[in-house]
Design a protein around this ligand. Structure first.
Ligand code: SF4
Length: 99
């Protein structure tokens, strides 16, 4: 994951529809990959499941959620950088197991 949603989030949901990986979830809702549910990663605002975010690699040149956010709450995470190859491998895994 190199994209995260911070506390500026107002939970409007504008970003959710933009994600080609279905990586964005409402607060308190479980995230899902390959038909398996995993516990929510945030109980106060919309969040991104790191295992599913490819920074839109494989679909678009730029992350689609960042410009969709009206409060600029979606930012690159400097602590979790991945190479394009790693992000593409993540995308291909999602192609196989399901989003
Ligand atoms: Fe989804 Fe792309 Fe945003 Fe990652 S950067 S959460 S893949 S829209």
């Amino acid at each position: 994951m190199a994209v995260l949603i911070n506390d500026e989030c107002i939970a409007c949901g504008a970003c959710e529809a933009e994600c080609p990986n279905n990586a964005i979830y409402e607060a308190d809702k479980p995230w899902v990959m390959g038909g398996v549910e995993y516990p929510s990663l945030n109980d106060t605002h919309t969040y991104i499941a790191p295992e599913k975010c490819t920074e839109c690699v494989g679909f678009f040149d730029e992350p689609q959620c960042i410009p969709a956010c009206p409060t600029e709450a979606i930012v690159m995470d400097p602590d979790k950088q991945e190479t394009k190859e790693q992000l593409m491998a993540k995308k291909e895994k999602l192609d196989q197991v399901g989003r």
